[in-house]
Design a protein around this ligand. Sequence first.
Ligand code: NDP
Ligand code: 8X3
Length: 253
Amino acid sequence: MSKRIALITGATSGIGQATAHELAKHNFKLILCGRRKDRLQREQALLSELTEVEILCFDVREQHAIEKAFGSLPQAWRNIDVLINNAGNAHGLDPIQSGDVRDWDAMIDINVKGLLYVTKMVIPGMIERQSGHIINLGSIAGKEVYPNGNVYSASKFAVDALTKGMRIDLNAHGIKVTAINPGLVETEFSLVRFKGDEARASSVYKGFKPLSAQDIAEVILFVLQRPPHVVLADITVFPTAQASSTIVKKDLA
Ligand code: NDP
Ligand code: 8X3
């Protein structure tokens, strides 16, 4: 069977990076995306030992930059079989009354509008071929709101709605749509949320064993390995210590 082409946004770190490594080992060609070119080049060099890899460097907030990047893809790379909309972050953790507008803009522009801009580039080819698979990284924060999670949660509730909307609108075209909703995964996520404060970021994962990016990458691979008539529509993944957004069994003794 020929290799499927998978495009992963946010492939420079965390879940996206681990997913790139997992798919490279399992018969996928990869288009890796992110803003940090040095990291993209490093991943390309590493993974080229396993599969063919293209890189596209753009900010998902910039629709023109996305169009330009996709326009630069060689012809042989334009039939994207799998889109993994993973790029995203939380910015800040403040009560709604004291939230920073720049953080709100970042989360809505990246997590919601960025996902839409990238998806818009990929859907026409999938419709033309009447096949494809879109995987959106939602979150438990897109299922339940937690204290101070307000705008991040809103952005992930939006991802949940968009996933459902895509599934309905693309149903006639044989395109699979999956939502993966992780709980607490230790990546650069909290470092970004707390603007580089390492102590605060690492304290989020103290006293229990969080998920790793690799745990989510393995779920994504499983989703992609289902036969053509099967789609896993909506998956929530917790570390065993977690029961909801706010209930986490911690041993902090
Ligand atoms: P990381 O911070 O480790 O990775 C985020 C990735 O998104 C990076 O590769 C980053 O690349 C990319 N990214 C961020 N902003 C932009 C932008 N403006 N343009 C292009 N790429 C961007 O976090 P995770 O791996 O944890 O997060 C991945 C996804 O999983 C996110 O959507 C997140 O909301 C979701 N998630 C994470 C959970 C967790 O607990 N960690 C739980 C539930 C969901 P670069 O900086 O190079 O652009
Ligand atoms: C990331 C999980 O609970 O930190 O989406 O918001 S949480």
